[in-house]
Design a protein around this ligand. Sequence first.
Ligand code: UDP
Ligand code: MG
Length: 317
Amino acid sequence: MDSKRPVTFSIAVPVYNEVESLPELYPRVRAVMENLGEHWELILVDDGSTDGSTEVIRSLSAEDNRVRAVIFARNFGHQIAITAGLDYSRGEVVIIMDADLQDPPEVITDLVTKWREGYEVVYAVREERVGESWFKKITAAFFYRLINQITDVSIPLDTGDFRLLDRKVVDTLNTMRERHRFPRGMAAWVGFRQIGVPYKRAARYAGETKYPFRKMLRLALNAITGFSYFPLQLATYFGFVCAGISALAIPVVIVLRLAGNQAFFGQATTLIAVLFLGGVQLISLGILGEYVGRLYDEVKGRPLYIVRETHEAIESD
Ligand code: UDP
Ligand code: MG
């Protein structure tokens, strides 16, 4: 490759313990990209792998100078690895893709076609999901609908991070250095001309999902807190409802008492009311805590990730 000419396409891939998929990923990406006939680079971001993926990445980049390796000092998480991919990319266009081949590299051709028609964000829409648990599908479906209800960004349904971004969009996203990130939401938030392309999400090529329920929950919380104040407002709404009910209840109880009615005597009523409101208050505090903790993380202003080493061909220009 003549490295003086600009790279047209960057493919950014977050990698966390994907030692079996990598040797398959590289030739498939290469085949697709060579077919497109433009200059390209494959950025493999090693997110603290411990299974030997790092060595595979190093040797791939030694073999082919179009493969650039960014190796993290530890595991920082999928979203942060994507961010590093965008930071390091040099292409006019960046394609974000998973390493496990659930996002078939062949779909890149369709994404590029739409980009050539003038779209700046082309996201891949999952028409069909093979080999994923019903639990994952149901929680994902519920999650996207919830997000669209309570936030002001509209995130296209059934999309993941598999997408093509024009340089203008990448440069914009690179100025958004928030720590708790939800790239799909951020990509929707920036606007630009966007369009979806349907594809069949394949089963994982090898290995296990790196997204246990705990991480999915954290991502969901990042999405909600990052794009909505709704949970904070819940306490206000609830406060009004409780105050309203008690305002109605006070005269009712007075009248009943004066009439000699025995209702509302006893400790059980009091106990239930106290526990109920105590619970509501603790939940509200917890929600507040979610926002305050995130605020604290942002204020600390630490780097989003720490790179241990990079491997790339030395530029001749
Ligand atoms: N990944 C990562 N860091 C992590 C977890 C995952 O870089 O902490 C990568 C992983 O190697 C894969 C992509 O993110 O390329 C998506 O992860 P996975 O396939 O496990 O998620 P799923 O498809 O099951 O949602
Ligand atoms: Mg996957």
